[in-house]
Write a protein of this length. Structure first.
Length: 167
């Protein structure tokens, strides 16, 4: 009776182990996303921004992202580049994506990012935060690109315009 019980116990353990391994394997399917990050513009928190040089106003820029190997985010690395398209030769703003823990070997990741943009100055031939009497508002558009930890740069997106109030 003891020998029969031990064989049944071993067979049960083998079947249970197989089911667990198969269950875990079935739950970790490969990602449908490319290893090169992809982003899309999802909107602003509001459609106007007050001009200013001392962060008088903010707007939240929301972008969606996908990355097939999930290696987005690294502390103290500027991996988001946002450029004011009114100034073609301007240096882009750099932001850091917080570190996102990897969840497995083939763990594609997707989600949204909210990026706080502070007030900027109006542009009429030159940049000035002084009121422009003949220009009550300016139109502000950004380009955005992210880079993953492997150095793969995403597509470049362009935001919808936002009204920059100059007075």
């Amino acid at each position: 009776m003891v020998i029969k019980y031990s064989i049944m116990k071993v067979n049960s353990l083998l079947v249970l182990s197989f089911l667990l391994i198969f269950g875990v394997w079935a739950c970790t399917s490969p990602s449908d996303f490319s290893e090169i990050p992809e982003i899309d513009f999802q909107g602003f928190s509001k459609n106007t921004l007050l001009q200013g040089s001392q962060n008088q106003d903010t707007v939240i820029l929301r972008i969606g992202f996908k990355d097939g190997d999930g290696d987005i985010g690294q502390r103290q690395v500027l991996n988001i580049e946002i450029k004011d398209l009114r100034l073609p030769n301007a240096v882009p703003f750099g932001f850091s994506i917080p570190e996102i823990p990897e969840q497995g070997a083939e763990n594609g990741i997707s989600g949204t990012m909210d990026i706080k943009i502070f007030s900027v100055c109006c542009f009429q031939g030159s940049i000035s935060c002084q009121p422009f009497p003949d220009m009550p508002e300016d139109e502000l558009t950004f380009s955005v690109q992210i880079t993953d930890n492997a150095g793969n740069a995403s597509n470049i997106i362009e935001t919808d315009p936002i009204r920059l109030l100059c007075n």
